[in-house]
Design a protein around this ligand. Structure first.
Ligand SMILES: [Zn+2]
Length: 552
């Protein structure tokens, strides 16, 4: 595929094609392409191109020449196509219907995309700016109203279907580890590893209130079974004995996590310093953000976790605004884990637009903060690790599911049944679209008074049945880096067979990549939806390099 775009879109184009990993390059006049994708007013006319895809939200010279009647719209809208629908954040154009409609405005039903013929060529005219949408998703992200839509993955799915539906076979390295259905990263923000450290502070009084009256109230509104209320009351009664050192501290649940995760390694993000609320976007962070423990207090737990195969990352305080503070915070964690701290997730998910660059300067290889405090889903529209457009090396593994967002009364406040429905839809998307699902279950969430352990165990069982690769965040990010390193050295389609040569940096030995060759569909069958061609591709294991001929 040759791509012609505005120079200002270059970083978004490059990142888009790391997420939709197909053979492509910026258009070169002397080369021949099966597919040319252009944006805005670009106007190539190479006769050898079988499919010309034109994305633009404005009226182009191409439209004028072909007398395509265009109407321009400024407002946001949802577009639908046979296998889904997605929100557009920028302006868009609609067309007076011609050819075969492939995209329509969800409200008005007007055509936003169609496919037509131009002599021997096919062309697709799509009335929005793909790479502007990509930039918007990867930098500003989606509002919570659209959290549940993996928008960027759907842009990819649509484009893939369009190409294959126009009768052109396509080679791809999908975001799927070889032999697994998707990737899952179990993570735990360690905010409160001990209730003993909270004496007569807001956390202790909060716990007492929620365990006693709060539990009774939740029984009243049908959110808590009686059994759990009594467990919480017993926990509250035990508190004095915990302070005296006679009873077990029920917030120290590291061993239990290792036990219920049954050897599937998870990632714990640990706070480096005690008593420091750090900075907030407005100045000083609220005092409540300061932790009552630091890494030294759980040193023995940390070494137990690392020997169980778990990863210890930094739960950052000021790393998101200050790279030298970030280095200090990471160093503190490294001191206890004995392993270089590769990654970070910010406490309270603090974040601003230049954080990726600051974290990169701080020496981090990944971040996993981009998610919602008050929703679950796809803030950046993707389930893949991506490189923020302003950064040069750091990868962001977005956070998708957080326990407190699901259950806290001032967040989504869902019943277990409603929460299950939302989480299942994210796992269904992972099976359909690939990528990684990142889950954050806080350290004390499986203990009183939250008692979200049964939900978590059910979730682990459901995951086991779906066959994902359980990876630490470092492992997942390293897998995505290997995939990013893949280079298509040769892709040639000749008399019913595809010759593909790919090399990668090797790297990750934990899970391999796969090469997927999508067979073409009968031209003009693009309106058949994606679900109809589940067998429309061939998968081949890809380890380090491959040179293969695939019969189609
Ligand atoms: Zn936290």
């Amino acid at each position: 595929m040759g791509v012609i775009s505005d120079p200002t879109e270059e970083s978004a184009v490059r990142e888009f094609f790391e997420l939709f990993k197909i053979p492509w390059e910026f258009y070169r006049k002397e080369r021949q392409y099966q597919v040319v994708l252009c944006t805005g007013d670009a106007k190539p006319q190479p006769a050898s191109t079988r499919l010309l895809i034109l994305y633009a939200s404005t009226e182009t010279e191409f439209d004028a020449r072909l007398k395509i009647e265009t109407r321009l719209h400024d407002h946001e809208t949802n577009i639908s196509f046979p296998s889904g629908s997605l929100p557009l954040y920028g302006s868009h154009a609609t067309f007076l219907s011609r050819g075969a409609k492939v995209l329509s405005d969800e409200d008005s039903g007007e055509t936003i995309g169609f496919v037509d013929r131009l002599g021997d060529q096919m062309f697709a005219r799509l009335g929005y700016d793909l790479f502007r949408e990509v930039r918007c998703l990867l930098t500003q992200g989606q509002p919570t109203a659209n959290a549940g839509t993996p928008t960027l993955e759907l842009h990819i799915a649509f484009l893939r279907d369009l190409i294959v539906g126009c009768g052109i076979p396509l080679v791809e390295i999908p975001p799927l580890p070889d032999g697994y259905s998707f990737i899952v990263c179990l993570t735990h923000d360690v905010d409160h590893p001990s209730i003993r450290r909270h004496q007569f502070d807001h956390t202790m009084f909060g716990f007492l209130y929620r365990a006693t009256l709060g539990s009774l109230f939740n029984v009243g509104r049908g959110r808590l079974p009686w059994r759990k209320m009594f467990t919480n009351w017993a926990a509250a009664a035990k508190l004095p004995f915990i302070y005296l050192g006679i009873a077990k501290d029920f917030w120290s649940e590291f061993d239990r996590y290792v036990e219920i995760e049954k050897g599937n390694p998870s990632t714990f993000f640990v706070l480096p310093f005690e008593g420091d609320p750090g900075r907030s976007p407005e100045g000083r962070a609220p005092w409540a953000r300061a932790s009552r423990y630091d890494a030294s207090h759980i040193a023995s737990k940390i070494s137990h976790l690392t020997s169980a195969g778990c990863e210890i990352g930094l739960h950052g305080i000021d790393a998101w605004v200050d790279s030298s503070r970030g280095r200090e915070e990471a160093k503190r964690i490294t001191g206890f884990s004995g392993k270089e701290t590769a990654g970070v997730r910010m406490h309270w998910l603090y974040w601003r637009e230049d954080s990726p660059v600051i974290l990169e300067d701080g020496g981090f290889s990944y971040d996993s903060t981009v998610g919602y405090n008050d929703a679950i889903g796809y803030r950046a529209g993707t389930s893949q690790a991506y490189k923020p457009l302003q950064a040069s090396r750091i990868l962001e593994l977005p956070l998708h599911v957080m326990d407190t967002a699901l259950f806290y009364p001032d967040r989504l406040d869902l019943s277990p049944r409603e929460a299950w429905k939302r989480v299942s839809s994210i796992l269904d998307n992972a099976v359909r679209l690939g990528g990684a699902v990142t889950i954050n279950w806080h350290d004390r969430s499986i203990a009183p008074e939250r008692l979200w352990d049964d939900f978590y165990i059910r979730l682990l069982n459901d995951l086991e049945n779906r066959g994902p690769w359980f990876a630490t965040v470092s492992q997942a990010v390293s897998w995505f880096r290997t995939r990013r390193s893949a280079v298509f050295q040769k892709v040639q389609y000749d008399s019913g067979a595809m010759h593909v040569k790919v090399s990668t940096s090797g790297g990750d030995k934990l899970a391999g990549l796969r090469l997927r060759v999508h067979k073409s569909r009968v031209p003009n069958q693009f309106v058949e939806c994606a679900d109809n061609h589940t067998n429309g591709y061939v998968d081949i294991s890809l380890n380090e390099r491959i040179d293969t001929l695939v019969a189609l």
